[in-house]
Design a protein around this ligand. Structure first.
Ligand code: ZN
Length: 615
């Protein structure tokens, strides 16, 4: 669903980031801003600051920053649409859903209602399983044997489903309720015309409730206590539970992923609980499926670093390959994705018990990075001593390399693959890119997008940063600049030139936007990194002189006036430098080009005009 940017802007205008953050973090007024303990990294004294004037939060400890939407996405684990809906509800606004018919809306409302009802059924079942655990010595013994404390069992809501066909009948008075079947807790079996058999899905199993990111129970995993089969049994797919999207332990691991700086993806729920007990509370597990792109995208909402742990056997290698395929499109330059292979006789739990915590932490740091994994997978079974074998490697590597987002990692890998194939980097690039017109558009070293071709002007990065900062915080100034100014800024070398081109487009389409609204438009854009970096600095600067008297309403006018002057003086320097360079060129050309002298005179006049203008 595409939400119009005008709506987002209005929504952010009506939202107070202090109130939104304040729902999750205790904030205290300090000067012009509010301070609190950062929810994104562990700290004892507050370095997390929220600015009511900028509608922005920023942590001086870990650098995390953003607007109200970003906060809900990063901290509360919502996706973009969820965050917008949440804020809209608070602001009493209706998110425009133009392409949705009233019938569809009604259907969506019913589906939401059903989901709530289903999670209530599942919560109730989970509660019953927890009670049963207390009176089941063999289930308690099972968890104790795995080294789990009562505290960890409580934290993960572990339980026990007793051995009996209709144990849940004591929890749900109406065992015929269709919701019990829909939630996956009860199985029906048709026996003859009108005879239907109903019984509990989970019997004589230790139970692991599976929670969604809000902490609601959406399903169960159950491990058999005796020798029965299957050893592990999950809830079926239901309106609230989809194996391909959910990760076991994500809700419990959120904070630890931030504290430890990475997420550890394991293969089973027992691994997750055991690892948490052993000090690695940042572990999650897929639910009996390979790791999908959806899983990985979900993880990257909480951390930039993901380590997959696999058994060293051939099944583990296969699972690792699938995880690699799922991860490729997310492997941007700021993220790290690694693969940890344990000795085949070990799972993470037994590894830590045998070799200790430190050995495991060390193994994590030594895990195979995605780049090496890609090469290893590509060269598998290829004889690099023959031309055929090297060509085979190239054809194996191509789809994986194509899936990577553009960036430094992708370019280095091209060189590395070319080296292994005994080809030049350009040769391999020519071989791969012309074949696919789509790839050419998204990835081409030689030809920059058309608007950047002028991007040859270089000025000190600090000055370009400064200009970007002024315009991102006072976008209305853009329309006051001359065409000459626009050209100067847009023709800067990347990353600055493309950012000014982007600002120009935004201004054409939406007029002046606040920084909070611009930030939304930047999400996923190539200019996002530069823009957030320069704005983070701006935010830090305003905190240095946190004189509370400065945040009067007239403060903005004064600020905007200062900003105009700052920008004018930067542009002035740029214009002069530009003219000087052109004049120098004209002199050099005057020997062979008779028009060069006329051009020189015109440039000289312009130079005099600007140089004398008051700054
Ligand atoms: Zn922080």
């Amino acid at each position: 669903m595409a939400i119009p940017q005008t709506f987002i802007q209005e929504l952010l205008d009506r939202t107070d980031v202090v109130e939104v953050v304040g729902r999750y973090v205790t904030l205290k007024k300090g000067g012009a801003n509010y301070m609190g303990l950062c929810p994104f990294h562990g700290e004892k004294s507050p370095s997390f600051s929220v600015s009511p004037t900028k509608q922005f939060f920023h942590c001086f400890g870990c650098g995390k920053n953003g607007n109200a939407i970003g906060f809900l996405m990063d901290h509360a684990g919502m996706n973009f649409v969820e965050a917008v809906k949440d804020l809209a509800q608070n602001a009493g606004m209706q998110v425009p859903e133009e392409d949705v018919s009233p019938q569809d809306r009604e259907r969506a409302a019913q589906a939401r209602q059903k989901q709530t009802t289903l999670t209530e059924v599942l919560e109730k079942a989970g509660e019953a399983y927890r009670k049963h655990l207390k009176s089941s010595p063999q289930a308690i013994a099972y968890f104790k044997n795995r080294g789990l404390s009562g505290e960890i069992a409580r934290q993960f809501g572990l339980g026990y489903a007793p051995d009996g066909w209709r144990t849940l009948a004591s929890v749900f008075p109406d065992y015929q309720d269709p919701l019990l079947v829909e939630s996956g807790m009860v199985i029906t079996q048709q026996e003859g015309e009108d005879d239907e058999k109903r019984y509990d899905r989970f019997r004589d199993r230790v139970m692991f409730p599976i929670r969604n990111i809000k902490g609601e129970c959406i399903g169960f995993g159950g491990r058999v206590l005796g020798d029965g089969t299957p050893k592990y049994l999950n809830s079926p797919e239901t309106p609230v539970f989809s194996k391909g999207r959910e990760l076991y332990g994500l809700f419990e691991a959120r904070q630890a992923m931030r504290d430890l700086g990475y997420a550890l993806v394991t293969e089973g729920y027992m691994d997750v609980v055991a690892l948490s007990q052993l000090g690695f509370a940042n572990a999650v597990a897929t639910l009996g499926t390979a790791c999908t792109g959806d899983h990985i995208q979900k993880l990257f909402r909480f951390t930039d670093n993901v380590v997959f742990a696999f058994d060293g056997d051939s099944a583990g290698r296969r699972a690792a390959k699938k995880a690699l395929d799922g991860a490729l499109t997310f492997a941007s330059d700021v993220r790290s994705i690694k693969f940890l292979f344990l000795p085949s006789e070990h799972d993470p739990d037994s590894y830590i018990r045998t070799f200790g915590k430190d050995a495991f932490a060390h193994a994590v740091t030594e895990a195979v990075p995605l780049s090496r994994m890609l090469i290893e997978v590509a060269r598998e079974g290829c004889d690099l001593l023959s031309a055929e074998g090297r060509a085979h490697l190239a054809s194996n590597a191509k789809p994986m390399w194509m899936a990577l987002p553009d960036g430094a990692l992708k370019r280095q890998l091209l060189g590395e693959i070319a080296g292994l194939c005994e080809l030049g980097t350009n040769e391999l690039q020519d071989l791969w890119i012309p074949l696919s017109p789509n790839a050419k558009r998204s990835f081409d070293f030689k030809k920059k997008p058309r608007t950047w071709t002028r991007g040859t002007r270089q000025i000190p990065a600090g000055r370009a940063d400064h200009a970007a900062r002024v315009l991102l915080s006072n976008m209305e100034i853009w329309q006051e600049l001359s065409g000459e100014d626009h050209d100067l800024l847009c023709s800067l070398v990347p990353p600055h030139g493309p950012l000014f081109v982007w600002i120009d487009h935004q201004h054409h389409e939406h007029g002046s936007l606040s920084w909070a609204a611009l930030l939304e438009g930047l999400r996923g854009n190539e200019c996002e990194a530069l823009a957030t970096r320069v704005m983070a600095t701006s935010f830090a600067n305003t905190l240095d002189d946190s004189d509370p008297t400065k945040v009067q309403d007239s403060g903005h006018d004064k600020h905007a006036k200062d900003a105009r002057q700052e920008l004018r003086s930067i542009l002035q320097k740029m214009l002069l430098e530009n003219l000087d360079a052109q004049m120098k060129q004209a002199i050099e050309n005057s020997q062979s080009d008779p028009t060069a002298l006329t051009r020189y005179k015109a440039l000289y006049e312009r130079r005099k005009q600007i140089g004398n203008a008051p700054t």
